[in-house]
Design a protein around this ligand. Structure first.
Ligand code: ACM
Ligand code: ZN
Length: 762
């Protein structure tokens, strides 16, 4: 299935947030530590700081520099010195290695007369430093000098992670992001105590890693001719030197990089470069649209395995971590069914079908990886046809794959779409930049429990942890990546780091206030959608009434609303009855402090409201809106074609008659049509409005042939307004569907949609 969506120009919410600043008495650490014990009083960080330690290692030198840079670059002039014997003037930060800790990642942090961080290993010390940074003012994450005294609460923090696998993924294939951003992304992971970076490096739409033996992979495979019909060549790749640079950057921050080299599917970019490893002759083209493609590697040819193993041999040299991800997802078997080599392989290997052929494929690759000391990870489709002996399963199509893997003694990493796909909408689509679909608000991410209830405690040990995935079909630039990742990464960090019994969504929401300040200091383009008020219209078809419910994602804050610009906000408690036209403006408040920009919607209880509508052509049952009241229910749609408020006519003209019940003075008639070219939704070719006293004899009161707007952006509403000043009992509206999609359109010749939301008669 090819998903056709539009890339919208993104409107980032320019939101100013006021939130409480950290005082000496509160600790806002994300992810939540195991325990925080407060002592009375606070500690003032002197401008002379001595680092005390007898730890000697490259790793520790890095940690010291990391801490020093984090504080020194960004605060009033500090001087650092080092002491081995514990003598200091001014403040001290002491690092101690202590064998008595159970796990390498655990740490202990005390602030009293000075600061002490203890751990079994450098990695624990590093996490202690991450927590220490969060005891400091949020400004230290930025570039501005802090002139005030730096005051820390006196605390003792005991901490360590719940899961060993705490992952974030990034798809650099659908859109390509430069090395500098990938490093920044790794810093984001480190800040959130994540330790696995899953780098999705190969796809249908682009091959992003230099392979010296096969230069065409990047000469040809790294570039597509266009993206979703934009006519612009697009691409890029990482040289092996750059890959090593990123891997080392991550390693010093105690993050493993897991490369993903997709097989046997999602391989069009490779096949465009080397068509001889497909089942058919080609030529192939690097994909210019999103989706799943039938052309995959041929599993019947020995040459394919040599090709892939040669690639993996280079990959293995670049990535010292224990895992290599080989994809394995979404590989249609269409070509294998008709390929004599593949069918021959099925016979000679005694395989049952194409699923077993895929299993054979993955087993061979696992054997190769394991001969090189690497473990294979694959998406849960690698279960089909039988799992390779040592494989780790990444469970994305729900949790079943993870459960099956764990029950059969295999390790699993949980990344189910419904909790872990950060390419999904984080708030209602009408207030968000266009995304692939789905709905994953931060509260849902936060509530995720990676251990499925179906597993007993032994099986549960196979759940290594969880990961959030960032697929970038609809994420064209780095600022947009940040928007989709922040703050959901913060929620995910508590899912994988914090003990389940230590989690609290309301405390997390409180902490987000300060976390947002840190993100602002870092110049991260985070989303504050968690503070959005959600507008939910309820139309009662029996009683023919409209009311509005306002919803929110956080318990502890209050929704307030008002009807017009000048009115005072009042607390929202019950649904608002819309019995006259009103503009509703609503925002979320913490006490008197407004948490985000207000959202507003206008409702028209107009002369046609809930009147009888006769459809001379039917609307399509995919887009019915409120059925027979769809155009007269007072509800207008957003720019989002699938918000449930647009009524859609496929190929049909819009042709309706509204019976106003009695002769009515008509001052104006307004309506909007939607255009969204990539979904084959076009504004009508012409719009005609007529009036009548008897519903039989109509006279034209308005006619417009719409301008050719095919090139005006991809998503917009086209407004029609007429001011006839007539009296009439009936109004007829005819919108002429353009019929078939026009030449040059990717669905040229297919039926077009016409979308309308409301006909407002005043
Ligand atoms: C996937 O989302 N296709 C793993
Ligand atoms: Zn084949």
């Amino acid at each position: 299935m090819t998903i056709k969506k539009v890339i919208l120009s993104i409107i980032f919410l320019g939101v100013s947030i006021s939130c409480s600043s950290q005082t000496a008495s509160e600790v806002n650490i994300i992810p939540q530590p195991i325990s925080i014990k407060y002592a009375t009083g606070s500690f003032v960080l002197d401008s002379e700081i001595t680092i005390i330690s007898d730890v000697k290692s490259e790793e520790f030198d890095f940690i010291k520099n990391y801490l020093q840079n984090s504080i020194e670059n960004f605060t009033r002039d500090l001087t650092f010195s080092e002491s081995k014997n514990g003598s200091t003037s001014g403040s001290f930060i002491e690092f101690i290695l202590d064998e008595s800790f159970e796990n390498a990642e655990d740490y202990f942090l005390t602030v009293n007369e000075g600061i002490t961080i203890k751990a079994k290993s450098s990695i624990g010390l590093f996490y202690g430093v991450q927590s220490l940074l969060q005891l400091l003012p949020s400004e230290i994450y930025g570039n501005e000098k802090i002139e005030d005294e730096i005051i820390l609460p006196k605390v003792t923090i005991i901490d360590g992670p719940r899961f060993n696998y705490r992952g974030m993924h990034l798809d650099v294939c659908r859109h390509f992001f430069p090395v500098d951003f990938v490093k920044k992304y790794i810093d984001f992971l480190a800040m959130h105590k994540m330790n696995k970076f899953h780098w999705h490096l190969t796809e249908d739409q682009g091959w992003r890693i230099e392979i010296k033996k096969y230069p065409k992979l990047t000469e040809v495979g790294a570039y597509r001719n266009e993206t979703m019909g934009d006519g612009k060549k697009y691409g890029g790749f990482y040289t092996q030197e750059e890959i090593v640079e990123v891997v080392n950057y991550a390693k010093s921050r105690f993050i493993d990089v897991i490369p993903e080299i997709e097989m046997p599917g999602h391989a069009l970019a490779a096949l465009a470069s080397y068509p001889e490893y497909a089942c058919t002759d080609g030529p192939f083209e690097v994909a210019t649209e999103w989706g799943i493609f039938d052309d995959i590697y041929c599993a019947g040819k020995e040459e394919t395995f040599i090709f892939i193993e040669n690639i993996l041999a280079e990959v293995i040299e670049l990535f010292p971590g224990e895992y290599v991800h080989i994809g394995g997802d979404e590989a249609p078997k269409t070509k294998w069914k008709n390929c004599k080599d593949c069918q021959n392989k099925i016979r000679t290997e005694g395989l049952k079908d194409e699923h077993e052929l895929q299993s054979y494929f993955i087993r061979r690759i696992e054997k190769f990886l394991s001969s090189k000391g690497k473990k294979l990870v694959g998406w849960d489709e690698i279960l089909e046809g039988g799992l390779a002996p040592q494989a780790t399963v990444m469970s994305w199509r729900g949790t079943e794959g993870g459960i099956a893997a764990a029950k059969s003694g295999h390790d699993a990493i949980m990344t189910p779409t419904s909790y872990c796909y950060f390419d999904y909408y984080q708030s209602k689509p009408e207030t968000e930049p266009i995304s692939i679909g789905g709905y994953l608000p931060i509260s849902k991410v936060y509530g995720y429990e990676p251990i499925p209830t179906e597993l007993n405690s032994d099986e549960a040990k196979h759940i290594l942890g969880a990961q959030a995935n960032v697929w970038t079909e609809y994420i064209p630039n780095t600022k947009h990546v940040e928007y989709m990742v922040f703050p959901r990464i913060a929620a995910m960090s508590e899912v994988v780091w914090s003990k389940a019994e230590n989690k609290s969504y309301s405390r997390f929401v409180d902490k987000l206030g300060i976390q947002f300040k840190r993100y602002s200091s870092m110049d991260v383009n985070y989303s504050s959608s968690i503070y959005n008020v959600h507008f939910e219209e309820n139309f009662d078809t029996e009683r023919k009434t409209l009311s509005l419910e306002l919803g929110k994602e956080v318990e502890q804050y209050q929704i307030r609303y008002k009807s017009g610009e000048s009115e005072e906000y009042e607390n929202y408690t019950n649904p608002i009855t819309l019995d006259k036209s009103r503009k509703i403006i609503a925002a979320l408040f913490s006490g008197d402090s407004q948490l985000s920009s207000p959202l507003q919607k206008e409702y028209f209880i107009h002369k046609g409201f809930v009147k009888e509508v006769k459809y001379n052509n039917t609307y399509h049952n995919y887009y019915p809106a409120n059925h027979q009241f769809g155009l007269v229910d007072g509800i207008r749609a957003s720019n989002h074609y699938a918000d449930g408020k647009w009524q859609g006519f496929l190929f049909n003209d819009l042709n309706i008659e509204i019976d106003l019940g009695e002769k009515t003075k008509i001052n104006s008639i307004r309506m909007d049509f939607l255009q969204r070219i990539l979904s084959s939704i076009f504004i009508p070719k012409s719009v005609e409005i007529l009036s009548s006293d008897d519903g039989v004899n109509y006279s034209r009161i308005y006619y417009e042939e719409t301008p050719d707007l095919l090139k005006k952006g991809e998503v917009f509403k086209y407004n029609i307004k007429c001011e006839p000043g007539v009296e009439a009992k009936y109004i007829k509206v005819i919108g002429e569907n353009i019929g078939n999609c026009p030449p040059g359109h990717s669905s040229e010749g297919n039926k077009s949609w016409l979308f309308i939301d409301e006909i407002i008669i005043e």
